[in-house]
Design a protein around this ligand. Structure first.
Ligand code: ADP
Length: 666
């Protein structure tokens, strides 16, 4: 792992940890809330249990108190009952008050010390004839063993519960009756188990609790029941003593009412926790999306930065006031100033050429007013080190994301080198032009020599003819002499004309164009070289078309071309069999051109020669100068015409001079 990676990994781990923190704290929060709810319930249960126990104790106290009170009453009423054979009205009233349901006593019996029933209230039903169980019970209405015990110990004794008619259960209390330290009998109170337990209870107790009396086998002997199911968690059993004998009291709280507030609170806590989890998840998802976007953005901006940095074109942005708001590294490299030095600056910029401040200002204003031209604007600047910096600036409006024109964006190309090279090339070209002018001068000089050769040779030949005549003894023919001299004069004139033309040409003057009858010019030209042709055993055949339009051209120049072409044609036919040594000169009309073709049966032109034919000084002849065709083509082009060649079918070459009919006269 490189050192560069280390800082990026640490925050990542921390970030991951931070991501889990909300879940962790949420889980802890939920655990705390659950614990709180549980503890509250426990506390609640404990409180309820404590209430239950205290209520049960209260009930037990109450029962005991009731039984004790009844015992005392029975003890008190005992002597009265046993004293008389039948109870007095007052005693009966007392008995009746004891036998209310509230007290739980179903019957009171009084017995002799021997155990015989002396009386009962309500009275016992007479024994039926049959001896069934209930009759036995009626015959022996009291529990003998309890009676014995009570008699023996001289204190009240409670008997076991036993079934009574009507499905109820009864138990008895045997209270010995004393009179003057002697036991005089026994009063037995028969309790209805359900009455004693149930009637005794206040309403609120029976509302709150289910009370049942169970025997030692767990059978339910009496119960005060509301139908609601019992909450097994909140129940309490205790021995029911007295009467004892394995009886137990079972007290169970009714299911408490659903307590809505804690339930709703709990539910809303769960709901809120759910919402928190959901929103944390949403937040995380959004965060992840944002992180992704951030990563993409970072990659994008890194790419852009790399692109900007690696760009060779300088970029700089300015706001609408002309203040620099951005420069890329290429621009900084170009100017030598750092971005910090440049940002925020206004014109004049430090990279402006101090010698051209005014010009640069004008350009600057122009650019700010409407951008640069599509071809860019050339500006000369100075680098920080003072070097000249020529740039081409392309300015375009900077439109921000909201579509507003926020400034100007300029791409700046360093063209210092190109400009230097261009200037250098320009200088070179100038020098070249100078030297080429010199070459042209040389060419002209040789042309002059070449062209003058003709008339001078003619003059020389005429003069030598005259000299021969003059040396002859024969009389002179004046007319002939005159003709020869006229010819000499014409040749001299022609030589003068050539010199003048060449002179004009050197001065780069245009050809002297006038409407020409090409046939006449060609005839003149042929006239000039006919003698030479004859001398070389060659013929010049002319086929001049009738009715050709006049051509705006310089007669001497055209004549020069024709003479040149015919001479070249004759030169090419040196090795041609004599009968074929004919140069054909024809004129014709071809569209807007009048053409002059010069055809020979010469050696033809091989490809390598053809490519260089019009080059100055290119020749294949010993005595040649190689200027003829070059000059001819220049003349043709001066007349906006053309000079071309092709090979002639059957051998030889055809040169074609085309001259436009409609070229402007001057
Ligand atoms: P020069 O006649 O002095 O050689 P030109 O420029 O007139 O110069 O001709 C250049 C060359 O072109 C000639 O040397 C010759 O080889 C070739 N040439 C010109 N005309 C013809 C022609 N009609 N047939 C064959 N070759 C020709």
């Amino acid at each position: 792992m490189s050192h560069a990676d280390a800082p990026s990994i640490l925050p990542l781990a921390r970030r991951r940890w931070l991501q889990h923190l909300p879940y962790l704290s949420l889980a802890l929060f939920l655990a705390a809330i659950t614990a709180l709810v549980w503890l509250t319930r426990e506390y609640d249960d404990d409180a309820q249990r404590a209430t239950l126990i205290s209520d049960v104790l209260w009930m037990e106290q109450n029962l005991r108190f009731n039984l004790d009170r009844n015992e005392i009453h029975l003890q008190e009423i005992g002597p009265e009952l046993l004293a008389a054979p039948a109870p007095s009205a007052q005693t009966e009233a007392r008995l009746a008050s004891l036998l209310t349901h509230e007290r739980g006593l179903a019957r009171i019996l009084w017995l002799s010390p021997e155990g015989h029933v002396l009386g009962a209230m309500p009275p016992l039903t007479p024994a039926p004839v049959a001896h069934d169980a209930s009759a036995d019970a009626a015959a022996a209405p009291v529990d003998e063993s309890s009676l014995q015990l009570a008699r023996g110990i001289g204190r009240a004794v409670y008997g076991p519960a036993h079934p009574a008619p009507g499905g109820a259960h009864h138990f008895e209390v045997h209270v010995p009756v004393w009179s003057d330290e002697a036991q005089v009998g026994m009063v037995v109170g028969v309790y209805s188990l359900s009455d004693v337990v149930m009637r005794e209870l206040p309403w609120w107790f029976s509302e709150r609790y289910h009370v049942a009396v169970l025997d030692s086998d767990g059978r339910r002997l009496a119960a005060k029941s509301k139908v609601a199911p019992l909450s097994p968690r909140l129940s309490y059993s205790m021995p029911f003593d007295p009467p004892g004998h394995g009886l137990t009291l079972q007290i169970a709280a009714y299911r408490s009412e659903t307590r809505w507030i804690p339930l709703l609170l709990g539910a809303s806590i769960v709901l809120l926790a759910g919402i928190i989890v959901w929103s944390v998840m949403q937040l995380r998802r959004q965060l992840a999306r944002r992180q992704q976007a951030e990563v993409a953005l970072r990659a994008e901006s890194a790419f852009r930065k790399a692109m900007e940095d690696s760009m060779l074109t300088g970029m700089r942005a300015r706001d609408l006031d002309g203040r620099l708001t951005y420069v890329n590294s290429a621009f900084c490299r170009m100017t030598g100033f750092s971005a910090d030095e440049l940002l925020g600056l206004k014109a004049p910029m430090p990279y402006w050429d101090p010698e051209r401040i005014e010009q640069t200002y004008a350009l600057h204003r122009e650019i700010l007013a409407g951008g640069s031209s599509a071809d860019g604007t050339e500006v000369r600047l100075r680098r920080k080190n003072g070097d000249v910096l020529d740039v081409l600036v392309f300015e375009a409006p900077l439109i921000d994301a909201a579509g507003r024109h926020a400034g100007w964006m300029g791409s700046v190309l360093d063209i210092t080198e190109q400009k230097r090279a261009r200037e250098h090339a320009l200088q070179q070209e100038e020098r070249l032009q100078q030297s080429s002018r010199l070459i042209t001068m040389g060419e002209m000089a040789s042309t002059l020599a070449h062209e003058l050769n003709q008339p001078l040779a003619a003059i020389a030949s005429y003069t030598s003819g005259c000299i021969n005549r003059l040396q002859d003894e024969a009389p002179l023919d004046r007319a002939e002499l005159l003709d020869v001299h006229q010819r000499i004069a014409r040749q001299a004139q022609r030589a003068g004309e050539i010199i003048r033309r060449v002179h004009d040409f050197v001065r780069r003057s245009e050809p002297k164009r006038e409407a020409l009858d090409l046939a006449a010019v060609i005839r003149d030209a042929i006239g000039l070289i006919e003698a030479d042709a004859r001398k070389r055993g060659m013929r010049i055949r002319s086929e001049l078309a009738d009715g050709l339009p006049q051509v705006p051209a310089d007669a001497v120049m055209i004549e020069q071309i024709v003479v040149n072409l015919v001479r070249n044609a004759m030169d090419s036919m040196r090795d041609t069999p004599p009968p074929e040594r004919t140069v054909a000169v024809r004129t014709a009309r071809e569209g807007r051109f009048v053409t002059v073709t010069v055809a020979d049966r010469g050696a033809g032109i091989p490809a390598e020669t053809a490519a260089r034919l019009f080059e100055p000084f290119f020749t294949t002849k010993q005595e040649g100068m190689g200027m003829g065709l070059n000059i001819c083509r220049t003349i043709a082009e001066l007349h906006r015409g053309r000079l071309a060649f092709e090979s002639r079918p059957g051998g030889g070459t055809i040169f074609t001079l085309s001259l436009p009919v409609d070229a402007d006269l001057e």
